[in-house]
Design a protein around this ligand. Structure first.
Ligand code: SF4
Length: 60
């Protein structure tokens, strides 16, 4: 399974990833996205990663 991380030095907390895939991403009080699950479920992970305006979603 792909391993997903967020580059918090890039993330602006825009919320797009959480909006597209709330099962995996959550914006917390620090105004940055965090990976809360590695299970993409119904999410199209490559699409969500591609939507991030600052390319902070790293999929390996
Ligand atoms: S889409 Fe990118 S910049 Fe926006 S909250 Fe998610 S990781 Fe951060």
């Amino acid at each position: 399974m792909a391993k997903v991380t967020i580059d918090t030095s890039l993330c602006t907390g825009c919320g797009l990833c959480e909006g597209s895939c709330p099962e995996m991403f959550k914006i917390t009080e620090d105004n940055m996205a965090h990976v809360v699950s590695q299970d993409p479920g119904q999410c199209d992970l490559s699409q969500v990663a591609g939507e991030c305006p600052v390319e902070a979603i790293i999929v390996k």
